[in-house]
Design a protein around this ligand. Structure first.
Ligand SMILES: Cc1ncc(COP(=O)(O)O)c(C=O)c1O
Length: 455
């Protein structure tokens, strides 16, 4: 390999996100050079169906012309402006008007940010501000859950209930309480029904709240479906009961809709699928189909009114980012939301999602390496196991999920493995025959891996 090749430069200069650096120095990057619809191409000319929409983002695939035109028109008209000190811009206003119309919180207020992590950090700061405004400044703690992923900023990582997000960082998690992961397949006890499992989770959470003292807890944050934690669909009745419990102890509910927002679970927002109304929710990723870095926090009027009074007393709301409400990012997001309505992403997620789950079930339900197939809307997780009967996992050092992921690429598809859970989250523009192709290649890749293990 020439030392100045793109590959060599990446291997010698780039510290990648969520990557083993030493492995990267050996293996190098997958360099993606182009996209068309649901496909991407690498620098060796291989073409893949992108079964993960990138990083749960590219709802409209990888080269939507209308989004490109929206960006280019806005670049030509006004490429940069900010929203500090009462400044606004037209695309920003267009976007918040559309987002408010879709929001399950009505009336609502919207704060704009640039990433899911920033949006989640902002929700926590808003929760603290709100509690202080109500004369409850001691309500500081935040409840999160084991298995959660809420981002990589200091607060986002602290909220994340994944050990690798904390290890060696010396994270201060003193004010975070981690509730159980709501995964019936793994956490349910012998003989326990799904409803009983929900009851136990809620009872355990109540005990945790009482032990910590409800007067010390500001909010709980939760993804409607846990994404990076392994596509965990909550058990029956979980969120409505969670909401009632939090209300009882005057604790806010913050929904992290960064993955679930904009149709993914078969409704505009995941909280609608699971029948719960949060006090605030964060969105990012799908907001612009992942084409521009943009995120938002949508909050109830009650939260806003308390925050606004407090900020007025302080003379300013002391929070915000240079690129909050960036005109180009907003123009692209506003156009994405228009397209979502036009192509009915919610309807597409429902029909394509049931097609995908049915195809997965018919091909893999009895597969010796598959323990659970789970999902909702156009989102699925497949958990690989060494023994279906005992649910025994493979030893982590075998890196089975990573082997399947590699085999998938050899079969012309891209998926994501989180340990031994394989995730599928394709763009909404995927067609049923492409779903079939995706599932077929996935099954072959699992079989390739099984053969290489010779069992
Ligand atoms: C549920 C969830 N919340 C928050 C984030 C963080 O978003 P970002 O990487 O844009 O900061 C992610 C990213 O994958 C996510 O999946």
């Amino acid at each position: 390999m020439p030392h100045n090749s793109a590959r060599a430069i990446d291997m010698s200069l780039h510290l990648h996100s969520q990557t083993d650096p030493r492995r990267h120095e050996q293996d190098g990057p997958l360099i993606i050079t182009g996209g068309d619809g649901v496909h991407v191409r690498d620098d060796a000319g291989n073409r893949y169906i992108e079964g993960m929409a990138g990083l749960w983002t590219a709802s409209l695939g990888f080269n939507d012309k209308r989004l490109a035109d929206a960006a280019s028109a806005q670049f030509a008209k006004l490429a940069n402006y900010h929203t500090f000190n009462h400044r606004s811009n037209e695309p920003c206003i267009d976007l918040i008007e559309q987002l408010a119309a879709l929001s399950p919180l009505s009336p609502c207020r919207i704060f704009l940010a640039n990433s899911g992590s920033e949006a989640n950090d902002s929700m926590v700061k808003l929760a603290w501000y709100y509690q202080a405004a109500r004369g409850k400044p001691h309500k500081r703690r935040i409840i999160s859950r084991n298995g959660a992923f809420h981002g990589s900023t200091v607060m986002g990582a602290a909220l994340s209930g994944l050990p690798h997000m904390h290890r060696s960082f010396g994270m201060n998690t003193d004010d975070i309480l981690y509730a159980a992961k709501p995964h019936f397949y793994r956490e349910g006890q012998d003989g326990e029904s799904e409803e009983d499992f929900t009851s136990r989770l809620i009872e355990e959470l109540e005990a945790m709240i009482l032990a910590a003292g409800p007067e010390t807890i500001a909010a709980m944050i939760a993804e409607p479906v846990m994404g990076a934690g392994g596509v965990i669909v909550p058990p029956q009745g979980y969120f409505p009961r969670l909401r009632r419990l939090l209300d009882k102890y005057d604790i806010l509910l913050l929904a992290d809709e960064v993955v679930c927002g904009f149709g993914r679970t078969g409704n505009w927002f995941g909280c609608q699928t699971f029948d719960v109304v949060p006090d605030m929710f964060s969105v990012a990723k799908g907001l612009s189909s992942g084409y521009m870095p943009i995120a938002a926090v949508v909050m109830t009027d009650a939260v806003y009114q308390a925050v606004a009074d407090e900020a007025h007393g302080n003379g300013v709301f002391g929070h915000g980012f240079t690129y909050s409400g960036h005109p180009v990012a907003c123009a692209v997001a506003a156009e994405a939301l228009r397209i979502y309505l036009e192509i009915d992403v919610v309807g597409r997620a429902r029909t394509l999602g049931s097609h995908m789950l049915a195809a997965l079930s018919s091909a893999l339900a009895d597969h010796p390496m598959v323990g659970e197939i789970r999902g909702v809307g156009l989102l699925a997780g497949i958990e690989l196991v060494a023994d279906r009967r005992t649910k025994q996992s493979f030893p982590p050092q075998m890196r089975i999920g990573a082997q399947v992921e590699r085999a998938c690429r050899q079969r012309g598809i891209i998926i994501r493995n989180m340990g031994d859970v394989l995730a599928l989250c394709p763009p909404y523009i995927i067609e049923p025959d492409q779903v079939d192709e995706l599932v077929r290649a996935l099954v072959l890749a699992i079989d390739d891996t099984r053969e290489s293990l010779a069992f």
